[in-house]
Design a protein around this ligand. Structure first.
Ligand code: FNR
Length: 375
């Protein structure tokens, strides 16, 4: 269908589902075990209702913010997801170019199908790119990677901590790599691995994720890993994959610059609590943490109202993973720009109807968590 017929992120996903190869769709859409957490990530937003304020001037409404000090037109960023080339020959660069008109920040995956340098080259000089780090178990290899991306101009390190072993993604495991997919994906899949090719065995058992993260550090700790990372980079450090209030507190104590409440889009620990619920608990139990570091969430975000609900509870910004993969697969650069436009329009509409003319007007009194199920 023409792009003008795409009204929502759900519309975009349905086009992507028609154009993606069987393997790409299995890899992009799959989640752990029975995919309960993945579904609940999205459903969690439906338990939060607004208390809209009326009679407030909203003819001008500014949804812009900063993320780690970098400007963003809306409080939304791209969460790093692997292998964009599985869905479109230009891969991650579609996202880089597509978010540029609205100055969104793109977090680039350690397992992107293009190199950090090629993606940086596609960015305009004013654009902000963050780097998602899967820490190699060999500190010196990990250090080189961090120094390389810092030198390239990446502006923050998002250290992923929820994927020390691959989740059990059965739809991905069932769907084998075929030859043409290998040309696009597997060359990169094994890029990060040691020469022995040891990852191949794990790939058979754990699917794509097994091959991608086979050499990652499974023994990271707050005491050891954060000081190590601080000692090798001047960039802000964000922990991606915090899944409970206690770890949020430990992250704050470790002095990181931000936390991304995330369960990897339901792809890792099945029955991990939805990030929106963790955000709510954090706001209720530890409101002072929001003054110490920036808090973000990702997982299941589909609508401007989802964005605004998270912002009301104190999130600085929200990330989206699959929606960007689907948009670039369906329409390349234009598809990415389209979903950013949709998110901006929906966010502004929600803010206006809520009586907020700027991000600073959003506050916890504007949302209530309900126990009844709306559907
Ligand atoms: C991911 N995610 C991810 N996270 C990460 O830290 N490094 C990675 O390489 C990847 N790769 C990846 C691939 C695919 C296909 C998906 C769907 C996800 C997780 C991602 O950053 C993010 O946390 C989730 O995608 C957010 O959930 P939604 O927006 O997809 O519901």
């Amino acid at each position: 269908p023409p792009l003008s017929r795409i009204l929502s992120l759900a519309d975009m996903e349905s086009v992507a589902r028609q154009v993606l190869s069987h393997k790409a769709l299995a890899y992009y859409s799959s989640a752990a075990d029975d995919e309960i957490t993945n579904a609940e990530n999205a459903r969690a937003f439906s338990r939060f209702f607004f208390h809209a304020r009326v009679m407030r001037p909203v003819s001008s409404c500014d949804p812009s913010t900063t993320i780690l000090g970098y400007k963003s037109t809306i409080p939304v960023f791209v969460s790093g997801a692997a292998l964009a080339k599985l869905g479109h020959p230009q891969g991650e660069i579609n996202i880089t170019k597509g978010v540029h008109p609205l100055s969104l920040v793109q977090m680039v995956s350690s397992n992107a199908s293009l190199s950090p340098s090629d993606i940086m080259k596609a960015a305009s000089p004013t654009q902000t790119l963050f780097f998602q780090l899967y820490k190699h178990r060999d500190d010196s290899i990990a250090e080189k990677r961090v120094r390389d991306v810092e030198a390239l101009g990446y502006k923050a390190i998002f250290l992923t901590v929820d994927a020390i072993v691959p989740g059990n993604r059965e739809r991905d495991i069932r769907s084998p790599w075929v030859l043409e997919d290998q040309e696009m994906g597997t060359a990169k899949v094994f890029n990060d691995e040691d020469e022995s090719g040891a990852a191949g065995g794990e790939a058979n058992i754990f699917g794509t994720a097994g091959a991608l993260i086979a050499n990652d550090d499974r023994d990271m700790t707050w005491e050891k890993t954060i000081p190590w990372l601080r000692s090798i980079t001047t960039l802000p450090i964000v922990i991606k994959g915090v899944q409970c209030v206690k770890d949020a507190m430990l992250a704050a104590a470790a002095g990181v610059d931000g936390i991304l409440l995330s369960n990897h889009g339901g792809r890792q620990l099945e029955y991990s609590m939805p990030p929106m619920e963790i955000l709510y608990k954090l706001r209720m139990q530890q409101p002072e943490i929001f003054d110490k570091l920036e808090v973000y969430i990702d997982g299941g975000i589909q609508r401007g109202t989802d964005v605004v609900k998270a912002l009301c509870l104190g999130a600085r910004a929200v990330g989206l993973g699959r929606p960007f993969l689907y948009a670039q697969s369906a329409y390349g650069v234009a598809g990415v720009t389209k979903i950013v436009d949709i998110l901006q329009r929906e966010t502004v509409t929600a803010m206006r109807l809520l009586g907020a003319s700027k991000i600073g007007d959003l506050n916890p009194d504007m949302v209530e968590r309900v126990d009844w199920k709306p559907r």
